[in-house]
Write a protein that binds this ligand. Sequence first.
Ligand SMILES: Cc1cc2nc3c(=O)[nH]c(=O)nc-3n(C[C@H](O)[C@H](O)[C@H](O)COP(=O)(O)O)c2cc1C
Length: 185
Amino acid sequence: MDVIQAIQGRHTVSKVKPDALPREMIEQLLHAAAQAPNHHKVRPWRFVVLTGEGRARLGGAMAASQGERQPDLPPEALDKTRALPLRAPVVIAVGVDKPTEPRILEIENVAAASAACQNMLLAAHALGLGAIWRTGEWARDPLVKQFLGFEADQHLIGFLYVGWPEFAAEYAERPGFEDRTVWME
Ligand SMILES: Cc1cc2nc3c(=O)[nH]c(=O)nc-3n(C[C@H](O)[C@H](O)[C@H](O)COP(=O)(O)O)c2cc1C
């Protein structure tokens, strides 16, 4: 599959099989991520790979945080939250380094880490895997960030859920570029 085919063919896959992925395959995704462009060669991306019990511990941190914020929630709601990271055999949390000197800009670090995420989504697609980039309130949750080893003011730009697709993906046509593009000639 060439890169144009991968870009055109990639679609979000939210339902995947519970089967574990070989570590080499996960490393292929991370290797693709690390090829992303980044200004000043700061490599601002940080990956936390959650598999097996690691996902359950993430779910525990999410539920604990939610329970603190919303003490009136019934236990069933917290159980539902606890199970969220179990929706895929691999969850890759992607954090972004904070700039450490004036020439390094936060937005550029976020842009580079986002490119790393897209590289992983494309690589997953090329390997026959399904993936979804998720955020939600958990990506802004200081306790979840702390669990993952990030600072509260560090950006956590997503959780990539990856696994073997449960169903063949339905390819919906996406809107084109025309209404988002101005040509200056
Ligand atoms: C920064 C970002 C955050 C996202 N967060 C979520 C999310 O929390 N839940 C979700 O279902 N999809 C999320 N998505 C995936 C989008 O819903 C998905 O990319 C969009 O529907 C387009 O579908 P496609 O990926 O198949 O083109 C996110 C995508 C991005 C780029």
